[in-house]
Design a protein around this ligand. Structure first.
Ligand code: IPD
Ligand code: CA
Ligand code: CA
Length: 268
């Protein structure tokens, strides 16, 4: 199947799964008092959403393996994914779970397809705003049918930067605070909107000029990073390396501010 046809199918499944998540978001508010464990409801939503996606993708493209957040199907191990001569779906069925639990309407379905370590397509569907970001190899990035591009802002001083605060692994906080302190004083502002997939999608369409975060998993970023790349942006780990999807450190930018961002992330 051609990548553009496959991307259309992935958009379809992202939207139908998104419709289910949207429905649960409203039900969740109503049933809040009745249900004891908020996390178990969300787990149910995450797991069911992932099953819906995996089942459809298995039918569409049976040869491909899976790397998914909720482990609902047999997983390729990370060793295999880096250099494995095969096709791999990388899926986060619901990126932005904390927002979902707290009734903040920023969360997304994120689906990427990799072949032999190279991204071939990516779809990020921001559910509540009904914004679907997509790209496939050789294409421009698209938002709801229209081409998008990263911003043209040349300097950090004019830039809006997105990030995700550490919430689980804290050893890099001192370095991170140095970076934040610099960015607070030398940019238009910093945003933490709670979904790495959405942060990347917004970087791809120029709403954000750059995004960086420690400790993310491949499923948080594979699709979004590819959409940034196809929208003319630049991606690396914090030292400029290419293995940003698996390195647990990602810097995405409009390319003009990339070098400056890299320096600031590594401030001595
Ligand atoms: C999280 C979101 C968040 C990021 C976290 C991720 P989840 O994904 O992308 O923005 O800061 O590190 O784990 O748990 O909502 O799928
Ligand atoms: Ca995630
Ligand atoms: Ca998730």
């Amino acid at each position: 199947m051609h990548l553009n046809k496959l991307t259309e199918k992935v958009i379809e499944v992202s939207k139908s799964t998104g419709a289910f998540i949207r429905e649960q978001y409203f039900l969740f508010n109503e049933e809040n008092v009745e249900i004891k464990s908020l996390n178990s409801l969300v787990s149910f939503v995450d797991v069911t959403a992932e099953k819906m996606i995996v089942e459809t993708l298995k039918n569409i493209f049976p040869e491909a393996g899976f790397l998914t957040e909720e482990n609902t199907t047999e997983q390729r191990n990370l060793q295999q994914t880096q250099g494995y001569d095969d096709w791999l779906w990388i899926i986060d069925p619901l990126d932005g779970t904390t927002n979902f639990i707290h009734g903040i309407p920023t969360f997304a379905v994120s689906i990427g397809l990799m072949h032999n370590g190279k991204m071939k397509l990516g779809v990020v569907y921001e559910i509540m705003s009904d914004e679907c970001f997509s790209a496939f190899e050789g294409s421009q990035s698209i938002l709801n049918g229209k081409p998008i591009h990263v911003s043209e802002r040349k300097n950090l001083a004019d830039s809006l930067i997105a990030t995700g605060f550490p919430y689980e692994k804290f050893d890099f906080i001192p370095q991170y605070l140095k970076t934040l302190s610099y960015l607070m004083q030398h940019t238009r502002g910093i945003r933490r909107i709670g979904s790495a997939a959405v942060d990347l999608a917004y970087t791809a369409c120029g709403r954000f000029d750059g995004f960086f975060e420690y400790n993310l998993n491949a499923w948080d970023i594979a699709a979004g990073a590819f959409i940034v790349q196809q929208a003319g942006g630049q991606l690396s780990n914090f030292t400029g390396g290419d293995n940003y999807i698996f390195d647990r450190e990602i810097l995405a930018s409009n390319r003009f501010i990339h070098q400056e961002m890299k320096t600031i992330i590594n401030l001595p």
